[in-house]
Write a protein that binds this ligand. Sequence first.
Ligand code: PMP
Length: 290
Amino acid sequence: MKIYIDGKYYGERDAKVSVFDHGFLYGDGVFEGIRAYNGRVFKLKEHVDRLFWSAHAILLRIPLTRAQVAEAVLATCRANRIRDGYVRLVVTRGRGTLGLNPNRCGKPSVIVIAGKIQLYPPELYQKGMEIVTVPTTRNLHNAVNPAIKSLNYLNNILAKIEANNAGVEEAIMLNAEGYVAECTGDNLFIVRDGQLLTPPLSAGALHGITRAVVMDLARDEGWPVAEPNLTRYELFNAEECFLTGTGAEIIPVVKIDGRVIGNGKPGPLTIKLEQKYRALTRTTGEPIHP
Ligand code: PMP
């Protein structure tokens, strides 16, 4: 595997960042997870835009233009002969001192890793998965805004550990008011009363790129889509539930906190959206080989 770091490629053993990089010392940096399907990078512009918005929000100046970052992603896919894969795009604050002050850091580092990822076992896509709500509250948006896709994922990792301790793969995180925010690495949707519902971004969810695609696909199918605040009660009484994310794509949920969702099987809208999403990912995107 060839890993891009600041304009050069390194083998896996030599792809290193400094222990003085504030990305390592403090989780000070931003990232994106991106997928390639069939020789194309899916929603590349949207991912690059979100990376720049995350960076802007933490006053991190990416030392490349958006076009250059997009090209670094495509070039790293070419260098690794990727047709189908997962790309991790990372920008760290750069090498600094042991103090917190980001102004003491030199130049931010841009890193692109193009490889593979498998998030959940394949049978969960067939049967649907069981998830639980966990005690760890989603970050407050006036503390570390969940809209910032930062390298500081400890909030999500704590929730993931709590899910694992409960014997399931994923956790639902509630915000400080008790409304549903999202899962540790995925957005959440339910179907109720003929509508597709997902928590509003203000509830503490990432502006998911898969989330936006799924909302468009559902509207194309004639489904009303809304973003109300949701409580656990609405989830328990949903007809369908599924999660969305670049890595997970669309994964059905059939049990939440021990309550069976719908008839306990992936629902018809979930299956329809999975099919449409799969078709879209295989036919659109930025060609790796122009
Ligand atoms: N929420 C969180 C916390 C995430 O990390 C992610 C991305 N893995 C998502 C939601 C899904 O976002 P996207 O569809 O853009 O991958």
